[in-house]
Design a protein around this ligand. Structure first.
Ligand SMILES: [Fe+2]
Ligand SMILES: [Fe+2]
Length: 170
């Protein structure tokens, strides 16, 4: 995927969100091991924007809702530990929507995309095709983030074993 910062049309759709201090607070929270929640939201937004643009869908709403879909300002691991993963899965779309409505102007489609982005866990599907694209982009980005962390861990382990074997040989 190309660097979103050099995509002028994408930046025109989302620059107010990218520059907003509340959105940038997402950098304080880890999403999946190695990546921040801010990075995760940008990846989801840009992937969904690209897909929607190719398919003739509403890429502006997809780009904006993608950035805001995980706009909850707490460490999800705390909630996970206290109430379990299911609770977090159900609760954080509502928290994200509450924050998104507080700081940004949303249309009905963007509201629905954010609220329903954990389908099928949350049972009620998104009302719009762009919502399904966000669900797909979210899952794909999560998988890529987890995989890159696992790969880095395996490479590190392999490196350590190689050093150990080298020193054992003398
Ligand atoms: Fe989420
Ligand atoms: Fe997400």
């Amino acid at each position: 995927m190309k660097d979103y910062r050099f995509d002028r049309e994408y930046m025109e759709c989302v620059s107010d969100i990218l520059e907003h201090p509340v959105f940038n607070r997402l950098d304080e929270f880890t999403q999946h091991a190695g990546s921040s929640r801010r990075d995760h939201c940008i990846q989801v937004s840009y992937l969904a924007y690209t897909i929607c643009k190719k398919r003739g869908l509403d890429y502006v709403s997809a780009a904006r809702a993608g950035l805001l879909h995980d706009l909850f300002l707490y460490d999800w691991k705390d909630v996970y530990r206290r109430f379990g993963g299911l609770y977090h899965g159900f609760d954080h779309p509502k928290a994200a929507l509450e924050n998104a409505e507080k700081y940004f102007e949303l249309n009905e489609k963007e509201r629905n995309i954010i609220l329903r982005h954990m389908f099928p866990l949350t049972l009620i599907p998104p009302r719009y095709a762009e919502g399904l694209v966000i669900n797909y982009a979210d899952e794909r980005c999560c998988a890529a983030e987890v995989f890159s962390v696992m790969r880095a861990k395996m490479q590190d382990r392999y490196r350590r074993l190689a050093v150990k074997a080298q020193s054992a040989r003398g």
